[in-house]
Design a protein around this ligand. Structure first.
Ligand SMILES: Nc1ncnc2c1ncn2[C@@H]1O[C@H](COP(=O)(O)OP(=O)(O)O)[C@@H](O)[C@H]1O
Ligand SMILES: [Mg+2]
Length: 381
């Protein structure tokens, strides 16, 4: 029997949007599995909100179809779609208390008895004890919970969240991320969450679509995107990557052999996303900073065989508590980042000559023509 794919919550088929001569979203194919927590992640201006608004019906696509479940809703106005949206601005009714804010949508649909639903949803967002307060008597985080409760009480098929935590301070945002994840798991509604914060997307989402300039660059589970990025943009935008320009010197079974100056590196073919891997060509060899171990040059003999190695000199060491973050200058690369956990190991000081080494299985390969700096310094709001 064929493996069953989960039913689709939202399907976009060739959905694109232009505003005059600005292409906000290039025609896009996307399937959001029903009941999943899906994140659209990208820098400001990359087309996230426009995509969300087309799902909600607030924006008409220039091309393509929008499906919710099996149903084509492209021609339906927002209020006819089984969708609710939570925005960064909570837009609560100031003159109504928490419970009446939450009950509003139900009453508008003509429901007489709303107490049970309202009580339940307020328990879900842990606001039962504040039901009689006005929005002005609540903190930002509490107002955000009211906005969430007000959307969830309608039991939409899909809940759209546009940077809903953007107005909260960092600590509260981290707390609400975990809360949102718990709530989504409890109610089982499909969540499509828009954010420019990669850590937020990775914490919460089952699946992330990384957007760049109106296109989806890569889609997958957070760990898959992080461990095996397919483009320099994704490698740099999601966490931090070391990208090393390398020449292809041959192959060995399932591996590609690389040379970087005097150094030789091994790259698994299965983790290489380059148009060509012909001998004589180039690739960008990627390695995450936390995958690298540093050994003083004097102790080089202790490094086990079979590891990728580069020599270098420590130029900077920042102690951050749980880890020390090093910058290392190497003939292979002007600046390599290395994160070392502060376990029992002693720290290395600037000026130390070191060997950087890692399991070749952690190396990923990108097309040699890619912009090595794509996606760096893009996460500003
Ligand atoms: N109503 C509009 N008219 C003209 N251009 C727009 C409009 N809405 C969005 N855009 C443009 O479309 C692009 C994507 O915007 P948006 O979807 O809001 O991005 P994001 O939410 O990722 O920050 C931007 O270049 C933005 O300026
Ligand atoms: Mg936006």
């Amino acid at each position: 029997m064929a493996e069953s794919t989960p039913p689709a919550g939202v399907t976009l088929r060739g959905v694109g949007k232009t505003f005059g001569d600005v292409t906000a979203v290039h025609p896009l194919d996307l399937t959001v599995p029903q009941g999943s927590f899906f994140a659209l992640l990208g820098a400001s201006g990359c087309g996230k909100t426009t995509t969300l608004r087309m799902i909600a019906g607030l924006e008409r696509p220039t091309t393509g179809r929008v499906l919710l479940g099996e149903r084509d809703v492209t021609a339906l106005p927002p209020h006819k779609r089984p969708v609710n949206t939570v925005f960064q601005s909570y837009a609560l009714f100031p003159h109504l208390d928490v419970s009446e804010n939450v009950a509003f949508g139900l009453r508008r649909r003509g429901l007489k008895s709303v107490t049970k639903q309202v009580t339940e949803v307020l328990e879900l967002v842990e606001l039962g004890h504040l039901a009689r307060r006005r929005p002005s008597q609540l903190s930002g985080g509490q107002q955000q919970r009211v906005a969430l409760a007000r959307a969830i009480v309608n039991r939409p098929e899909v809940l759209l969240l546009d940077e809903p935590l953007g107005a909260l301070d960092l600590k509260l945002r981290r707390q609400m991320q975990l809360e949102l994840k718990r709530i989504q798991t409890e109610v089982g509604i499909t969540f499509v969450h828009v954010t420019h914060d990669q850590e937020e997307a990775m914490t919460m989402a089952d699946t992330i679509a990384v957007m760049n300039a109106g296109r989806v660059e890569q889609l997958g589970a957070p760990a898959e995107l992080y461990e095996n990025p397919r483009s320099a943009f994704v490698a740099n935008f999601l966490g931090q990557s070391n990208l090393i320009e390398a020449g292809i010197s041959g192959t060995d079974g399932d591996d590609i052999l690389l040379s970087v100056g005097d150094a030789k590196l091994t790259l698994p073919k299965s983790r290489t996303h380059a148009a060509s891997t012909a001998t004589g060509g180039t690739v960008l060899a990627g390695i995450r900073p936390e995958k690298i171990t540093m050994t003083p040059r004097a102790a080089e003999a202790d490094i086990p065989g079979g590891r990728n190695r580069l020599t270098g000199t420590v130029v900077d060491a920042s102690f951050t508590g749980v880890s020390t973050q090093y910058v290392v200058k190497s003939p292979a690369c002007p600046e390599l980042a290395v994160f070392a956990q502060n376990a029992e190991r002693e720290r290395l000081a600037p000026g130390a000559d070191v060997v950087l080494h890692w399991d070749p299985a952690h190396t990923f390969g990108l097309d040699g023509r890619e912009d090595i700096d794509a996606g760096t310094g893009e996460d500003a709001v």
